[in-house]
Design a protein around this ligand. Structure first.
Ligand code: G3I
Length: 345
């Protein structure tokens, strides 16, 4: 396989929409020298997506072209978190998400909802609620407004993100648990299911692939939800990795566990925060390979270009394309994992 990163004229690209868009804008993007992730994923019925898509990034034609070429799913960064989309009662900022949904529609991509209940960004009118009934009513109004607007256009949702403390050791105290206790998770899923009966509903969590104690806590939490008849469809593993890669077999074990409960597992926000490029490439390849072999069919990253990376490790470049959209080793490792995967189910 040629790993040429020479620039090529867009007239050679296969996607008609991409060709038209690019020629119109007279842009050139770095060639990967190979098929797209999306093409490889399509052959195996895999959803391959990018989260952390701030709609303003779409103004960059190269960003938009690479996104549409490489991925068949997208989801927002912060734009669906409560204070961003619904900063005051009855006021909704629909434009950013409308823009993402329209872009996805134009490029035949799925859209995932992210941020119904998140670990940050609640507006004052929610934070200041002191009555459980009023908070339930606010959650219902908020979920219904958003899920009804995008019914049929957003197929899956992170209903509750980061319920557990980052390093494990119990539930995160948040604006919802303070009013409703641990039952806020149960209530959030029930409200979401009532608002959107056909969408897939996920609990989204970090670090469980590297922290055995937290892994057990999430398994206990989700088992309890299932036992209580809570309408949950799956577990979204964020998969924000640093120098510590998941021990081989852990992803497979988690998939087996949740499958036995009747749930799906997806990788929701993968990125690798290390200054060691070789390690970054190895981790991308190993995680995607194991995930595919374990039966995960929905894999998303927390962005794709280091131009717009969110990292807490100074100097880390966690994504598959560099700041100039040149594909990195992580891209080729991911591509090979997809290309080599043989679905034996
Ligand atoms: O919008 C305010 C702005 O008004 C203010 O002046 C500025 C000052 O700091 O902050 C702005 O808000 C920031 C927001 O991003 C938008 O830029 C917050 O401080 C900042 O904490 C927030 O960070 C986000 C983080 O979640 C916390 O919610 C990141 O952009 C976002 O990428 C990150 O995403 C999370 C996923 O939702 C869940 N999983 C982990 C992932 C991070 O790896």
């Amino acid at each position: 396989m040629a790993f040429s990163t020479n620039f090529k004229v867009l007239g050679t690209m296969t996607t008609t929409l991409l060709l038209l868009t690019a020629v119109k804008a007279s842009i050139a993007i770095p060639s990967t020298g190979t098929t797209s992730l999306r093409e490889e994923a399509h052959k195996k019925n895999i959803t391959i997506g990018s989260g952390a898509i701030n709609p303003t990034y779409l103004e960059d034609p190269v960003f938009a072209a690479v996104l549409a070429e490489q991925f068949n799913s997208l989801h927002p960064e912060n734009e669906m978190k409560w204070s961003f989309i619904n900063p005051s009662p009855g006021h909704y900022n629909w434009d950013p998400i409308d823009r993402l949904v329209d872009f996805a529609n134009e490029h035949d991509m799925l859209v995932k909802g992210h941020g119904l209940i998140s670990s940050c960004c609640n507006p004052d009118f929610v934070v200041n609620i002191t009555n459980p009934e009023a908070l339930r009513a606010a959650m219902t109004t908020h979920f219904e407004a958003i899920m009804h607007r995008y019914e049929g256009r957003i197929d899956r949702w992170d209903v509750v993100t980061e319920a557990l403390k980052t390093m494990g050791g119990g539930l995160n105290a948040n604006d919802f648990s303070r009013q409703l206790g641990s039952g806020y998770i149960n209530e959030a899923f029930r409200i979401a299911r009532a608002a959107s009966p056909r969408a897939k509903l996920y609990i989204n969590e970090n670090q469980v692939e590297v922290l055995p104690g937290k892994r057990q806590e999430l398994q206990d939490l989700v088992s309890g939800l299932v036992a209580d008849g809570v309408p949950i469809d799956g577990v979204a593993l964020q998969m924000h990795i640093t120098e510590v890669a998941p021990v081989p077999g852990v992803i497979t074990d988690m998939v087996r566990f949740y499958k036995a409960l009747g749930l799906q597992v997806e990788i929701a926000e993968m990125d690798v925060h290390t200054l060691n490029k070789t390690l970054e490439t190895q981790i991308y390849g190993a995680v995607i390979k194991e995930a595919l072999e374990a039966g995960i069919t929905d894999i998303s990253f927390w962005g794709f270009t280091d131009k717009h990376a969110y990292t807490w490790v100074p100097g880390a470049k966690p994504l598959m394309f560099d700041e100039n959209y040149k594909p990195k080793g992580a891209f080729y490792a991911t591509h090979s994992a997809l290309e080599d995967f043989v679905d034996e189910c």
